[in-house]
Design a protein around this ligand. Structure first.
Ligand code: ZN
Ligand code: ZN
Length: 390
């Protein structure tokens, strides 16, 4: 059972009841409960300790002042200890720095090591890119943390085929706010979202993260890597580094580059999404530098899609709320909320998104004997999957 294999024992011991749910269904309920809250966070930001333009204190303050709940500072091949960073005197109680690093390795492969206790090594090269990613994942875990494979389309460094053999990799960046990372792919390369469906269809249980990859606070422009463009909303029992990391490993979060959700209830039999239209519009108004994905056609407003294997859209609902009854014969279902608008400055039609994590059904568990994210002995093994663009 892959989810079990990806979660360190210290987490499993802390959550025996949840572990039982995982083993039984292969997915995690995301129903709101009094015990859990939603926390907004950015998992990827740089400071002057590597190639960012601002001090760690300034970067942390930006996120604090914009009502984030957590920030992972991820300087290139450097461990910045949060205990050394002075936070604002009037700091909110619900703001947290989680220790991290961007393992910046050979062949332009970069990986966030999240919730680490010491620097993770990046000194490794190999002809096989999957081996480099594996090294990053192993080093992140050896440093006490977890890995998020970053911006796979940066220099088109990591394809789905490179990612598939990697063990213990549970997260990757579907969206990264840096202007040079090609989230949407090009004529020769699939988008990161199409890559995600490829991985999921092949049986990999991997969740999608959205992050800023902040470098620039001093100049706000489309060609700068500014804060606020990509974030995650994590449903966790408490705001501490282990609880946030554990929740993300279980898929208890959604990724966003502009859309907030009021409700995100994730399986096992029903997937329910409700958009927070007011908060979404407010965010896009307060951060005018944000740019969505340009689109040729569409009407302004919200729509919700439920998406299955090979990126097939199983249902589309125009409006702010969508519910999907999960058919156990489909290996996975994920949700996507889209807000289409004409940009107030340019008039260009553009889209913003929230991406709900997949629910894996019994069909996924039963048809694929997956002791880790490495053994693809199921019926989909080796089958080519059409990559749909989103
Ligand atoms: Zn990077
Ligand atoms: Zn980075």
């Amino acid at each position: 059972m892959v989810m079990k294999a990806n979660i360190p024992m210290r987490y499993l011991l802390a959550i025996p009841a949840l572990c039982a749910v995982l083993l039984a269904s292969g997915c995690v309920s995301m129903r709101p409960s009094q015990a859990k809250q939603w926390f907004r966070g950015n998992t990827h930001a740089h400071t002057i300790r590597s190639d960012g333009d601002s001090a760690p204190e300034v970067v942390a303050k930006w996120y604090h002042d914009h009502n984030y709940n957590f920030l992972v500072i991820t300087d290139h091949n450097k461990f910045v200890d949060p205990r050394e960073i002075k936070l604002p005197d009037e700091k909110r109680d619900d703001f947290l720095l989680i220790p991290g690093e961007e393992i910046t390795g050979s062949k332009a492969i970069h990986t966030t090591a999240m919730n680490i206790t010491n620097v993770a090594s990046w000194k490794f090269d190999h002809t096989e890119r999957s081996e480099i990613i594996q090294y990053h994942v192993d080093q992140a875990m050896a440093a006490g943390g977890q890995a998020v494979l970053n911006h796979p389309n940066f220099k088109y460094a990591a394809s789905a085929e490179d990612i598939l053999p990697v063990r213990h990799l549970s997260m990757f960046e579907l969206f990264n706010g840096h202007p040079s990372v090609h989230n949407h792919g090009d004529s020769k390369h699939p988008s990161t979202e199409a890559m995600w469906d490829h991985l999921l269809t092949e049986g990999m249980k991997i969740f999608a993260v959205s992050s800023d990859d902040t470098h620039h606070l001093k100049t706000i422009a489309a060609n700068k890597a500014n804060p606020g463009r990509g974030w995650v909303m994590v449903h966790a029992a408490s705001l501490d580094p282990d609880a946030i990391t554990r929740a993300m490993l279980q898929g208890d979060f959604y990724a966003s580059n502009g859309v907030f959700l009021k409700t995100c209830e994730r399986g096992p039999r029903t997937y329910l999404i409700e958009v927070d239209a007011q908060k979404t519009r407010g965010e896009l108004t307060s951060l005018p530098a944000l740019r969505g994905k340009p689109v040729e056609n569409g009407s302004e407003g919200f729509r919700i899609e439920f998406i299955g294997p090979a990126g097939k859209v199983l249902d589309t609902i125009k409006g702010e709320e969508g519910r999907f009854q999960i058919d156990g014969s489909i290996p996975y279902v994920r949700a996507k909320a889209t807000f289409t608008r004409a940009h107030p400055d340019t008039g260009t039609l553009e889209e913003y998104y929230a991406w709900g994590q997949p629910v894996f059904t019994d069909a996924s568990v039963a048809t694929k004997a997956l002791p880790g994210n490495s053994d693809r002995s199921g019926p989909l093994a080796g089958r080519s999957v059409s990559l749909l663009s989103h």
